[in-house]
Design a protein around this ligand. Structure first.
Ligand code: G4P
Length: 523
């Protein structure tokens, strides 16, 4: 097998708090990758905040999402795979799951706003998995915050050391460009949404610098850079690859500025496909045999014919079309005659793909998120973490004749990872847990439209769902007895404690010291 095929792959996701500029940056990268010819060709596929009950919008988003779920292009000697993540906060769980399929992440920050709620949570997921992170501070063409303050905030809020690899010269109306610290080059800024900015090579200490950006700015830049060198450690690629340090770039995605610097540096330093931990052993991408796992399922895009796509991340070896592979959970051989890859808006059938790639497999209900495929070896890629949902509701059947349809619909939507299902052990009622209100609306709509089942939501006030475990089985038993009304099982049959307030949870922790309460299902 051609190891170079694997070495040249860069599989990553761009994530941000909504509105920081993820879509804009993605589009600009596609522009440089030659995938689109003009800016504006990729429509923003986030659900606008005002459109929470606009079903057309959601359906449209799902349609667009399939074709933009993975965007791949060749750039220089590299093959770049960008995994798209939903823009809307209510679908954060989807984003977290996508992060299990990438080898690195670019986090976009709005230069005027700094670190926002969603950024923190995303970074937490990256930290859990030791994913290398590059930070792009966007919107430097607007009046924002002092770059040093921003860097301090990043370190404090995201709990990671940072190292600027570019430096802004002024900002807002005075934004003149970016000094590329990584390449020691000055890039001057001419606002333009369409054109790539010219690069000017200037010695930092030359008079030429003064003539380009003015005496005062030049002086300030030299001072700033001296300070940067004094305050921040030298950039060492291995520190970044170990996720100990995050390189930081400044720019303006909308104006096409700082983007190429980011991309050039990214392909050079970002990790090639990394080893993936399976329950049984670590799997190396260079191994000749194919292995992979399903991290995302997009189902029933077109209600007229059930078209489902399961997205598979190839962890090792080479995938070949029409070859028998083992579906571990079903212990069944499967083969795929029309696997697909994605090029901007086009979907093409492929004959082969390599470790690091994402392929779309047609799915008629055989896949569940987390499923493993191999050439025969019994392997289980480690479960993808579920976070405790933020909102909970009982789901009830509205139409007694459609009990079966409802059960099937709920089952499939949960396989897709749309939300989490718990069954209360006391009253046997089904509880759906989500990150946001919009998910309840989507579930109700999809159950009706795709499964012909009507459901009703009943309020349930809960604070958190905690997965519990203990070495002391007696204590665990005593706890379950004491809290029997609040005990539930998740879909894998694990014990979950439904805490209705933070106070109750704290008391439980105090009274049952040998029980561990987990807020994620992976522990
Ligand atoms: P998101 O995917 O992270 O949610 O953000 P998105 O790229 O959609 O950008 C959010 C808004 O910020 C957009 O404006 C976009 O044009 C703007 N933006 C992105 N990058 C920059 C930048 O470098 N400078 C400035 N000044 N603005 C930037 P919008 O008005 O919400 O949307 P649109 O109507 O322009 O599409």
């Amino acid at each position: 097998m051609d190891i170079n095929e694997i070495d040249r792959r860069r599989t990553f996701a761009i994530v941000s708090h909504p509105d920081a500029g993820k879509t804009t940056l993605t589009e600009k990268l596609l522009l440089f990758g030659g995938q689109i010819q003009v800016a504006g060709a990729v429509k923003s596929h986030k659900i606008k905040k005002t459109a929470t009950s606009d079903w057309m919008e959601i359906e449209k988003q799902r349609g667009i999402s399939v074709s933009t779920s993975v965007m791949e292009f060749d750039y220089k000697d590299y093959k770049v795979n960008i995994l798209d993540t939903p823009g809307h906060q209510d679908f954060a769980e989807d984003t977290f799951r996508t992060l299990t399929a990438v080898d690195s992440v670019i986090i976009v920050i709005d230069g005027a706003k700094g670190v926002e709620a969603q950024t923190r949570k995303l970074m937490e997921v990256c930290r859990m998995r030791n994913t290398p992170v590059i930070i792009f501070i966007n919107k430097m063409d607007r009046e924002g915050r002092d770059p040093f303050d921003l860097l301090d905030e990043l370190e404090k809020e995201l709990l990671i050391s940072v190292r600027p690899l570019s430096w802004p010269i002024g900002q807002g109306l005075r934004f003149k460009g970016v000094y590329n610290i990584y390449e020691n080059r000055l890039n001057l800024f001419k606002p333009s949404k369409q054109v790539v900015t010219e690069k000017v090579e200037v010695d930092l200490n030359s008079d030429e610098l003064n003539s380009h950006i003015g005496h005062d700015e030049a002086k300030r830049l030299r001072n700033d850079l001296e300070l940067v060198d004094g305050v921040y450690p030298e950039f060492v690629i291995d520190d970044y690859l170990r996720a100990d340090i995050a390189p930081v770039f400044f720019g303006s995605a909308l104006n096409n500025f700082g983007v190429q610097e980011l991309l050039d540096c990214f392909v050079e330093i970002a990790p090639k496909p990394r080893p993936v931990q399976a329950l049984e052993r670590m799997v190396n991408p260079e191994e000749p045999k194919f292995t992979g796992f399903i991290f995302k399922i997009m189902a029933n895009i077109d209600p007229n014919h059930r078209s489902c796509v399961a997205f598979c991340k190839i962890c090792s070896g080479k995938f070949t079309r029409n070859t028998p592979y083992l579906h571990i959970r079903h212990n069944k051989t499967v083969r795929f005659s029309s696997p697909t890859q994605f090029m901007a808006r086009r979907k093409t059938t492929i004959d082969e793909a390599y470790a690091g790639d994402i392929i779309g497999l047609p799915d008629n209900g055989i896949f569940k998120i987390g499923d493993t495929l191999t050439e025969g070896e019994q392997l289980h890629f480690r479960g993808l973490p579920s976070f405790s949902p933020e909102m909970f509701k009982y789901i009830e059947n509205e139409d007694p004749m459609k009990q079966k349809q409802l059960a099937k619909g709920i089952d499939q939507l949960m396989d897709e990872g749309v939300a989490q299902l718990f069954v209360n052990q006391f009253n046997n009622r089904k509880i759906i847990g989500t990150v946001g209100q919009l998910q309840f609306e989507v579930i109700q709509y999809r159950l009706l439209n795709e499964y012909n089942a009507s459901c009703r939501w009943e309020p349930l006030s809960l604070y958190k769902a905690c997965w519990i475990e203990s070495d002391d089985l007696e204590e665990l038993d005593a706890f379950k007895k004491r809290k029997y009304q609040y005990m539930a099982k998740d879909r894998d049959g694990r014990d979950v404690f439904l805490a209705d307030s933070n106070y109750v949870l704290q008391m439980a922790q105090q009274d049952f010291k040998r029980i561990k309460f987990h807020f994620t299902s992976e522990f």
